[in-house]
Design a protein around this ligand. Structure first.
Ligand code: SF4
Length: 440
């Protein structure tokens, strides 16, 4: 089979894996020899329409798999065209694409070829050849097979920037039903093993750095390197009956227990000849989007999973409004919040105020009090924040927070009457002629 044909099949087969972002690794370049860089000029970024990062060469070593996970297009019983790259082919493709500036690195996964060990050994060989034979210093993300020999996982971590093990489904019972060859317990054991190695490597590097300073001018002590961009995982959303509450609960637990860098969510795509246990239709994509927003609230806004879910109904997030707005609409007694006095924690709960904006407000209000126009200068959507804050020249109009139709008023629509019901009198919106060539 032609290389191009293989690439078509194996890049397409890899698109179902969402965990491909390349953030968070160490700075590394090739000024002292080698090839590639994890930062700076020459790294191209591209995003698929759904927002996923595709700046890596994202492929499978093979889509032929001896496992038969019901939700997977590549399962053993699936009737798809199969292809397999050799280790050499993947290495050459990566180097070739890198030199052409198409990619910033490699995301490599695989179906299970003969056994977990054999597959993991092949993945590790690709990374080893790139690093040791070709001095490749670009980004490498290796998908990790949890049942593989720990010695192989250890070597994978020495070469890769990031490792990931997919938990696949939120609940062990679903995994058992839909992917009987996988073992939820073994997945957790492997994640714990990676966490330990990542922590040890970080400590060793920190110690080496202290030693280097103490020896000032002496030789740099060698420190082991292990997946400096950490580990991540992916959960499929909508293949089983798990609610958003369960998914967020599991992801909080994964962040806490294994210090994952990211939990990615991938909306289930119906596949040909699917098992009867699987839903016939994909969940709405907006569900995946709301889960990402909720995940953001957990990681950067001080929300707990139950707090986020308090904005939804029946264990599901509100699909119509973002989770922070949904929470605020159900906790109106906590508002309005005074932008000139409130603490950071409370400002972070105001719909329309992002973490960076909150930090700017806190820094700026040391020297002056905020008016609505000051917020507008920070590009804050006044329409979104107005019902929930007070400023030097603003207090939500009488009874606004108690209005039964507040939800309708703050929904992201363009109705002039709705905007005017929310905005302070001095900032009432007027109909305007839209410019012909602006992005609206
Ligand atoms: S092991 Fe991976 S590639 Fe193989 S069937 Fe399961 S999910 Fe698909």
């Amino acid at each position: 089979m032609e290389l191009r044909e293989k690439l078509e099949i194996l890049a397409d087969a890899a698109k179902y894996d969402a965990s491909c972002a390349s953030s968070g690794t160490e700075k590394r370049d090739s000024r002292e020899g080698g090839l590639g860089s994890t930062e700076g000029m020459g790294i191209c970024h591209a995003y698929a329409p759904d927002g996923r990062c595709i700046s890596l060469l994202k492929v499978l070593l093979t889509n032929a798999c001896v496992f038969d996970c019901a939700y997977c297009i590549n399962r053993a019983s699936s009737n798809v065209r199969r292809a397999r790259f050799s280790v050499r082919e993947i290495v050459e493709l990566t180097l070739d694409f890198y030199r052409r500036n198409y990619i910033e690195g490699l995301f490599l996964s695989s179906g299970i070829i003969r056994s977990p060990d054999y597959t993991m050994e092949q993945l590790v060989r690709v990374a080893r050849e790139l690093r040791e034979t070709h001095g490749f210093k670009g980004y490498i993300h290796l998908k990790t097979i949890p049942d593989a020999d720990p010695a192989l996982l250890a070597e994978a971590g020495r070469h890769a920037d990031r490792l990931s093990i997919n938990v696949e489904l939120p609940q062990p019972a679903s995994l058992k039903a839909l992917a009987p060859e996988k073992d939820a317990g073994q997945i957790r054991v492997a994640m714990a093993g990676l966490r330990t190695r990542i922590d040890e490597a970080k400590e060793a590097r920190a110690e080496a750095s202290v030693t280097r300073v103490a020896l000032a001018g002496g030789r740099r002590a060698a420190a082991p390197r292990f997946a400096p961009a950490g580990q991540s995982t992916q959960m499929i959303v909508g293949a089983d009956a798990s609610t958003d509450a369960t998914i967020l609960d599991v992801s909080s637990n994964l962040y806490g227990s294994y210090r994952l860098k990211r939990v990615y969510f991938s909306a289930y795509s119906p596949i040909p000849d699917a098992a009867a246990a699987l839903p016939p239709a994909a969940p709405p994509l907006v569900r995946e989007h709301r889960l990402y927003q909720a995940d953001w609230l957990l990681r950067f806004y001080g929300f707990t999973a139950p707090e986020v879910m308090a904005g939804g109904e029946g264990g599901m997030l509100d699909l119509e409004v973002d989770p922070k707005l949904a929470w605020a609409l159900k906790h109106r007694a906590a508002f309005p919040v005074d932008v000139n006095r409130a603490d950071r924690e409370m400002l972070l709960r105001v719909p329309g105020l992002g973490a960076k904006t909150v930090d700017r407000i806190i820094a700026a209000r040391r020297v002056r009090s905020f008016r609505m126009a000051d917020l507008a200068r920070l590009r804050v959507s006044l329409r979104k924040v107005a019902p929930f804050i007070t400023a030097l020249d603003h207090h939500p109009r009488g009874g606004l927070l108690d209005r039964a139709d507040l939800r309708t008023l703050v929904l992201p629509r363009d109705g002039l009457a709705e905007r005017n019901a929310i905005l302070p009198a001095g900032l009432l919106a007027r109909p305007v002629q839209l410019p012909l060539f602006a992005h609206v």
